[in-house]
Design a protein around this ligand. Sequence first.
Ligand code: BGC
Length: 256
Amino acid sequence: MACLQGKTAIITGSSSGIGQGIAKRFGREGASVVIDYVSHPEGAEATKKEIEAAGGKVVTVQADITTRENREKLIAEAWKAFGFVDILVNNAGTEKRSDFWEMKEEDYDRVMDVNLKSAVFLTQAFVQRLRDAKRQGRIINISSVHEDTAFPGFIAYCCSKGGLRMFMRNLAVELGPLGITVNNIAPGAIATPINKGLLENKEELDALLANVPLHRMGTPEDVAGMAVFLASEDAGYVTGSTFVVDGGLMRSYHEQ
Ligand code: BGC
């Protein structure tokens, strides 16, 4: 059964990777979808076509949500297209590897801006609309196992994801009285463009897979299934939690 029938969702960064997987799946579940993208119009267009071919309603909006202007544009276009939005998926994310002692301030700022600050203020704009309309809603942040687990060489990424974790917990308490739920999905190693380098390096990939009990990379579809659950009626009493989708990575420890 299409369990998101009649719902509308904004998914940030949904022209590729996990966001694209969620957009396609939400479309199949009957949701109207707002695809937000920055630099992959072809990915946004392909996702749109696929959802439309399956009978779904979809619009694409080019909006770099690190600026207030673009966040307002995304919210305005979503409301213009569908009249209301019930679900916000804060998915847009980036990462950059460097040893701590070499980390550049501008790289730190960029990662924190994309992964945390833009999610916080886009959510604020979304919540203001819901509050004004006295409507309930769902907020789903795509964080990472690294909201909790250390990742050497990725200080800013871990700070941003750890920040998303406390953002979610605090917001769940603050928005509960409005009937708005807030949860995180913490993906592990998912095969997407964000870890292209790793996927192309057999040695690094093998070392990673040795730590994954299910012994494979995850797929955007693995994450999308959890997002559908959190957006669905079945998750009506679920708020303030992180749901790990990592093939067992976070629990894995080996001495040899
Ligand atoms: C990161 C990947 C990493 C994975 C598992 C993800 O959040 O984006 O680069 O491979 O976590 O460590």
